[in-house]
Design a protein around this ligand. Sequence first.
Ligand code: PEP
Length: 249
Amino acid sequence: MRTPIIAGNWKMFKTVEEAVAFIDEVKGKAEVEGVESVICAPYTNLPALVEAVKGTSLKVGAQNLHWEDNGAFTGEISGVMLKSLGVHYVIIGHSERRAYFADTDETVNKKVHASFKHGLLPIVCVGESLEEREAGKTKDVCRVQTEAALQGLSAEQAAQTVVAYEPIWAIGTGKTSTADDANEVIGYIRERISVQFGSDVAGKVRIQYGGSVKPNNIREFMQQPDIDGALVGGASLEPASYIQLVEGA
Ligand code: PEP
């Protein structure tokens, strides 16, 4: 009943030419009925990507936004700007942004509200560090981050939010959570969304797993009942690998 969603997070990779060449290669292939396929690219690629995916079912996302519409915020990009480009999704609160660019639970929440204000759909990242995992705090960390991110949304907005559970120690490291473990944490996140917004909303929210997902392990994750897709960094950069990820969903 929930449409699986594969989102590629290109991070700070690819020139405009490389981005367009990627779409030419995946067109018609990374498009599988019943699976949503989204490329989240650096800002500089977004106009060309929006043009390149026209006539396909592929969607384009950004990797961050500022919560204000405009103002004296040198180097920032707002929701109103992304919307005017034709972007559909925006990743919010990726652990790299929390670690290196000062995203906090509070700013993540403001960004989530800003994305809905402009008709963008947020992919909200939550997840624990290795230290927190070893201290048995995984669920607590995910609960606090998810509740804060969704605070103040309407039920309709909450139901449209995509949450990405990304254990930080699994991002770009080649280590993954086991599919069972990831499903358990994701099931818990869903339970907490049910407490916050009711079971109808919790049943609709799509929750992805992220952290070293590759073509050879995507199926294990997708077989789990609570996992609705994947947010993928490294393995989303090569067309052949991205196509296999979408097929694996
Ligand atoms: C990510 O960037 O969100 C991610 C999960 O990266 P990777 O797939 O490379 O671990």
